[in-house]
Write a protein that binds this ligand. Structure first.
Ligand code: GLA
Length: 371
């Protein structure tokens, strides 16, 4: 990589708790991973961005004057969308060669797309000699996901990908974008990430539909209450006013209200070193995603059940947009190998799919190295 000028990375992420509440103004608890997208970049003196990958034979050229026309590319669409949003925000895009190296598994619920979008913008800004504003980069990457990739997502993934900190979880208020960092201390336990390997696609899945449902529920509740987002609804207000909602929307809102409360309790549990309590919160988060928000599915449920059935595991849940992807489990550190073996076999038996486990650490968000 010697001939490249900079090496810029952005992270994949997990979310400890606070699922499907970022776009309702809730507080979420993600963490950046050492699984990441790395961009090697150098200027090429043209008006084009040449893209290559370490893991693909494809080569793609993007014309900097026509960035809006690459939505249908199989590879390179996220980079084009990110560059376009950056350009629209008034930044100069310099013609360049980019080599992309992504270790976040695609379609896994670990936010490979956010890692690609965030690292692409950070690399373009670095090459142009601009100071990096990580929050601003996250917001432009989110805009690319929404307006270019067509997923009406919240800010959690891009924020975590950009602003994560080694060995810390983030407590991100998605309403104000205020963020606190808490050390992830789990005592004798570790987080194990497992992929159910059922292909999922946020655009085709019900993600956008859930967003519409929550928007509709908010409109109805606002006729009775002075709230600007669903996460502001307290459990007692939900008890009093929940019945104004049709049955389905009431279930969706019950998830938002209880999940917001679980984030509050998870913060207390982490601060008190109460890993058992955190485990229980993971379990109830999964149950709520399954029964009230209905974003899990046969395979994720089977993977979580296989994990929860073991005495070395004190909590397990699906993370991310849902309908497939990854789970996280809190597992006794000295039982991790047995845990993986049992889970793999039980899950294979239940579904026919082969679960995959990732060895990864909680890591930094954007990093920049001059080569
Ligand atoms: C996806 C979205 C996020 C968030 C999660 C669910 O990852 O990109 O904004 O809504 O789903 O918590």
């Amino acid at each position: 990589m010697k001939e490249y000028k900079y090496k810029v990375t952005a992270a994949g992420r997990i979310n400890v708790i606070g699922e499907h509440i970022d776009y309702c103004g809730g507080r979420v608890m993600p963490a950046a991973l050492s699984l990441k997208n790395t961009v090697y970049i150098r200027p090429n003196g043209t008006n084009q961005i040449n893209l290559e990958w370490t893991t693909l034979s494809d080569k793609v050229t993007l014309d900097i004057g026509k960035l809006e026309s690459y939505k249908d590319l199989k590879y390179g669409n996220y980079q084009a969308g990110a560059a376009l949003m950056w350009q629209r925000a008034g930044h100069k895009i310099i013609g360049c060669d980019m080599l992309q190296d992504c270790t976040v598994p695609f379609g896994s619920g670990l936010s490979s797309s956010a890692a690609i979008e965030v690292s692409t913008i950070a690399a373009l800004a670095t090459l142009a000699g601009e100071p990096l504003n990580k929050v601003d980069i996250a917001l432009k990457a989110q805009q690319a996901e929404r307006e270019y990739a067509g997923v009406n997502c919240g800010i959690m993934d891009q924020y975590a990908s950009a602003c994560g900190k080694k060995d810390s979880v983030m407590l991100l208020d998605c309403n104000t974008l205020e963020c606190k960092y808490l050390p992830l201390k789990l005592g004798d336990y570790s987080l194990v990430i497992a992929n159910c390997k059922k292909p999922h696609n946020l655009v085709e899945s019900k993600y956008n539909e859930r967003r519409e449902e929550t928007d509709e529920a908010l409109r109805i509740l606002q006729q009775k209450l002075n709230i600007s987002c669903l996460a502001q609804l307290s459990p007692s207000q939900f008890k009093t006013y929940g019945s104004v909602l049709p049955h389905l929307l009431k279930k969706r809102v019950e998830h938002i209200v209880t999940e917001s409360d679980r984030v509050r309790l998870a913060e207390l549990a982490l601060k008190a070193g109460n890993t058992d309590m955190l485990g229980k919160l993971l379990n109830s988060s999964h149950a709520s995603l399954r029964d009230n928000y209905e974003v899990t599915g046969r395979e994720p449920d089977a993977l979580v059940e296989a994990a929860q059935g073991q005495s070395c595991c004190i909590g397990s849940r699906l993370i991310g947009g849902g309908f497939g992807g990854c789970t996280i489990s809190l597992v006794k550190t000295d039982s991790i190998e047995e845990f993986k073996e049992f889970t793999y076999n039980a899950y294979l038996k239940a579904t026919g799919y082969k679960a995959e486990f990732y060895d990864t650490e909680i890591s930094d968000g954007i990093t920049v190295e001059k080569l």
